[in-house]
Design a protein around this ligand. Structure first.
Ligand code: FMN
Length: 199
């Protein structure tokens, strides 16, 4: 008998009210050339600093560079897959997010380190939205190259690269990227991932 999978319901609308800052956050690819004020960069990391973490381990770490530090900035942009580099090289700020693998208190593996680093990155992204900045996280980069070119010690692992800047004109993008930039954003509806019963 042929199995027919139930269609997965998606929508490009917010189904229930959320804070404007959540609705307004999005991962754009067009960046303005305008540099980011240094105190705003500090605020991004401050938001990460106040993220919750398992046993308050705070396993996140960041390497960042602005375009006026070309040596370090180029090292970060060179990590990216070509499909990301084409647009991310217009971002005035690049950040590599790292996670400390072991607990500081006893050296045991911290199974929740990546989870906590993701929380910190989420708060950083929300703070960026509050400041009018766009964050685009990228998993498409060369992790081994990051370890080698940035001398990352064994205690840490690279998680994502983030391209950050003020939103730019989508017309500055290639036709293909412009279409993606302007396409409606879709999400699975809550019925797909929220349960009020056992599996
Ligand atoms: C961990 C992670 C890795 C991602 N990697 C990439 C990437 O390599 N390239 C890219 O263009 N977008 C990447 N994204 C962005 C997602 O595609 C994007 O968040 C998703 O399509 C939802 O769009 P929105 O952030 O605008 O709501 C990544 C996002 C996350 C959280």
């Amino acid at each position: 008998m042929e199995m027919v999978a139930a269609p997965i319901s998606k929508s490009n609308q917010v189904e229930y009210p959320v804070a404007d800052i959540i609705e307004n956050r999005r991962s754009r690819r067009a960046y303005a050339a305008q540099p980011i004020e240094p105190e705003k960069i500090k605020s991004l990391f401050e938001a990460a600093r106040w993220a919750p973490s398992s046993m308050n381990e705070q396993p996140w770490a960041y390497i960042y560079a602005t375009k006026d530090q070309p040596d370090l900035w180029n090292k970060l942009v060179d990590l990216l897959n070509e499909s990301n580099r084409v647009w991310a090289l217009n971002a005035p700020l690049l950040i590599l997010s790292l996670s400390r693998k072991a607990h500081l208190r006893n050296g045991a593996n911290n199974a929740l380190a990546r989870y906590d680093t993701g929380s910190a990155n989420a708060l950083l992204s929300i703070q960026a939205t509050e400041l009018g900045l766009n964050v685009h996280q990228m998993g498409g980069y060369d992790r081994q190259k990051a370890i080698d070119s940035l001398n990352i010690p064994e205690a840490f692992e690279p998680i994502v690269v983030m391209a950050i800047g003020y939103p730019g004109d989508p017309e500055s993008l290639s036709e293909n990227l412009k279409l993606r930039e302007e396409a409606p954003r879709e999400r699975y509806t809550q019925e797909f991932f929220v349960m009020n019963k056992s599996f």
